[in-house]
Design a protein around this ligand. Structure first.
Ligand SMILES: [Zn+2]
Length: 75
């Protein structure tokens, strides 16, 4: 699912690979082209947003559990 992320975490000796298209690039570069950088940042933004939604849902669950449930418990 998050293969582009695990690709980033691999260690490289003398060169890196573009996390988007996978071709070899110089170690001082992160991406082979601006196009790939844009794609990568787009994917990252998307993931950040879904993480926020997940967190909001978790907080909502906790609020329900701590606020609503005792109401029922106390009858
Ligand atoms: Zn690329």
């Amino acid at each position: 699912m998050s293969s582009w992320k695990s690709n980033l975490k691999k260690k490289y000796d003398e060169h890196r690979h573009c996390p988007i298209c996978g071709i070899s690039i110089p170690p001082d570069k992160e991406f082979c082209s601006l196009e790939c950088r844009d794609k990568y940042q787009g994917a990252q933004k998307k993931q950040n947003r879904s993480q926020w939604i997940m967190m909001a849902l978790m907080i909502g669950m906790v609020v329900v559990m701590t606020v609503i449930m005792p109401m029922f418990g106390n009858g």
